[in-house]
Ligand binder design. Structure first.
Ligand code: E4P
Length: 218
């Protein structure tokens, strides 16, 4: 399972990268705005900085909602770095743009996916990644994990190569449950990755080992 971090915060990306388990980054317009990154030039420069920190794929989302605009924006983003994945919304023009980019060998991430039917369309259009929003479904009392399971079954039935990128991850149990269901990738905040480190028995065990070492070597 690949681990992506879902942030535009450079310090958090660097911390996850330093841990040695990071496979990529996903961003969206809200995450960029949260870091105060505004204006085309600053946004472009920020993507370049992210690509310098991380070794894997970096999803950069288009703002346009029409085919021509998405193609123009996506081509400019893809030209920045081979790590860039063009992130497109699951609307009709987004699916058309996905097909256009996949035919050209440019990586895509189809985002804002909330149903198995939408995920099927993204795969048919040749998406590299499909992003079902697990947490946002859970937020409205709908079973987000069930969507991951449905997409896994459909993609396996037909051998689609599109990777399931479980998005809108809120906590460590989402990560574990997605891994059990065979999600190819997860993207979440730093705490959903570092939280996997924690177990009280690890801390207690380590303290005891160090205490016993001290006793024997003092
Ligand atoms: C996916 O790529 C999105 O950036 C993200 O996972 C959305 O998460 P949220 O629901 O926590 O905003």
């Amino acid at each position: 399972m690949k681990f992506f971090i879902d942030t535009a915060n450079l310090d958090e990306i660097a911390e996850a990268q330093a841990l040695g388990v990071l496979d990529g980054v996903t961003t969206n317009p809200s995450l960029m705005a949260k870091e105060g990154i505004t204006g085309e030039e600053n946004i472009i420069n920020h993507y370049k900085k992210i690509c310098e920190i991380v070794e894997g794929d970096v999803s950069a989302e288009v703002i346009s909602t029409d085919f021509d605009g998405m193609v123009k924006e996506g081509e400019a983003l893809a030209a920045l770095n081979s790590q860039i994945v063009v992130k497109l919304p699951l609307i009709a023009d987004g699916i058309k743009a996905c097909k256009y980019f996949s035919d050209k060998g440019i990586k895509t991430n189809v985002t804002l996916v909330f149903s198995a039917g939408q995920a099927l369309l993204a795969a048919k259009a040749g998406a590299t990644y499909v992003s079902p929003f697990l947490g946002r479904l859970d937020d409205i009392s709908t079973d987000g994990l069930n969507l991951i399971a449905e997409i896994r079954q459909i993609y396996d039935n037909y051998g689609f190569g599109t990777q399931i990128l479980a998005a809108s991850i809120r906590h460590t149990m989402h990560v574990i449950d997605c891994a059990k269901l065979g999600s190819d990738v997860m993207t979440g905040p730093l705490k959903s990755i570092t939280g996997l480190l924690k177990h009280p028995l690890t801390d207690i065990g380590l303290a005891k080992f160090l205490e016993d070492y001290k006793k024997g070597n003092s």
